[in-house]
Ligand binder design. Structure first.
Ligand code: SF4
Length: 402
């Protein structure tokens, strides 16, 4: 990455409030009384104001110019217009927001009040990401979503009327009860809604969601028995990729698809290792050091995932100091997520040929297995490799330091 690309910042603000908890959700979010919202926003504003001192105290460079802002969660649209306005006023107070900044708010369909919508537009929000997950009402309801297909279409229209025309729609492949037919119905509806960006996530099964726990332990409350098997989930995903490609959405990352020019600038920051500051519950940050030293070139950290601790300033931050070898590993496993892949020549210039060649040796077996392609200075996933991405990443991480 050119040095100039380290001179702008992405800002992530976590708003962990939801109206109800979705069965598949493994985020640090929950249902809290509205009275907590104001206290929480107050805490975020304190952290925003303290960010520069934190960065200096840890020898980090915190860019002042912000070119992407992302309010995620949770359901940020549960905040009142007034709280949103306070939050954005603080952001503008602390940082210089670029004129063409991408400013995204995650929205739960059916939960965007008029006052909040007008406040979003007034605060300069120009992108909305809607967690649709399924356009089939019964599937969405079983997953704990509170919206219908009709509400999604209405909200997309309302956002556009308010001037927010850059819209992402998320779908999940693998919800309980989903079939190839019902998946096709969701994809067709997504095409009809005509967003600029779409994301398809394969259902994650882990102990952090109610559905995941039920799948692992057996049980019927969240209809885990109706979750499609892994083979079917892969088929749904592959069909989604094909559908979106025919509909004019280019895949640029494992789960992300965009019409030309509408790739998410904020998400690209994560995979391109550009600096970002995450503020709020469970938020992650990544900044480079102001002056690199031998064993410390960048810092990743994340905030506590306990709301009470965060508000009371009790939770400890998890800090991870990166050295050059760890950075190089990240270049591979984050860069490979993008369809454009990893630029090998650039890495050699930056990290030295020997270190990069050692990583490429780790990739050799995966090239032979047809999971990766190395051509024209780019190392990329094949479509099959993309499906087995976690195994490929693990192979890169198993290399000893060089
Ligand atoms: S709306 Fe999002 S964050 Fe909230 S429970 Fe559902 S999936 Fe989780």
């Amino acid at each position: 990455m050119k040095l100039s690309e380290r001179q702008s910042l992405g800002l992530y603000i976590s708003i962990p409030f939801c109206r109800s908890k979705c069965t598949y959700c493994n985020f640090a979010s929950g249902v809290y009384p509205a009275s907590e919202h104001a206290r929480y926003v107050g805490r975020i504003i304190e952290d925003l104001r303290a960010a520069q001192a934190f960065a200096s105290g840890n020898h980090l460079h915190l860019p002042i110019v912000v070119d992407s802002i992302y309010l995620g969660g949770g359901t940020p649209t549960l905040l009142t217009g007034e709280l949103l306005a306070q939050l954005f006023a603080a952001i503008h107070d602390v940082f210089a927001v670029a004129e063409d900044a991408e400013i995204t708010v995650e929205c739960a369909p059916g939960q965007i009040g008029d006052a909040t919508l007008y406040a979003m537009a007034a605060c300069g929000v120009n992108r909305a990401s809607l967690g649709v997950q399924s356009f089939v009402d019964v599937e969405a309801a079983q997953a704990g979503r509170l919206h219908t297909r009709k509400q999604v279409f209405e909200d997309v229209a309302r956002l556009r009327e308010a001037g927010i025309r850059n819209v992402n729609l998320d779908l999940i492949a693998g919800l309980a009860g989903q079939t190839l037919e019902s998946w096709e119905e969701s994809l067709e509806a997504l095409g009809e809604a005509a967003p600029t960006h779409a994301s398809i996530y394969m259902l994650e099964v882990d102990e952090d969601s109610r559905l995941g726990r039920e799948l692992l332990s057996g049980g019927a409350r969240y209809r885990a028995g109706l979750v499609p098997n892994e083979e079917t989930i892969i088929k749904l995903y592959e069909h989604g990729v094909e559908f979106l490609s025919k509909a004019g959405f280019a895949q640029y990352e494992i789960s992300n698809f965009a019409r030309s020019g509408f790739e998410s600038r904020h998400n690209l920051r994560y995979w391109e290792r550009k600096p970002y500051l995450g503020v709020g519950l469970d938020a992650s940050s990544f900044l480079y050091v102001a002056e690199a030293r031998e064993n410390f070139s960048a810092l990743r950290w994340s905030e506590t995932s306990e709301l009470g601790d965060y508000i009371a300033k009790k939770g400890a931050q998890e800090l991870q100091r990166l050295d050059r070898h760890m950075e190089l590993e990240e270049e591979f496993f984050l860069g490979l997520r993008k369809n454009s892949g990893v630029e090998v020549g650039r890495l050699k210039n930056h990290y030295g040929s020997a270190a990069v060649e050692a990583m490429l040796m780790a990739a050799e077996a995966m090239l032979v297995d047809g999971l990766l392609i190395h051509e024209e200075n780019l190392l990329r996933f094949t479509p099959r490799g993309r499906l087995l991405s976690n195994e490929v990443f693990a192979a890169f991480l198993s290399l000893p330091g060089v």
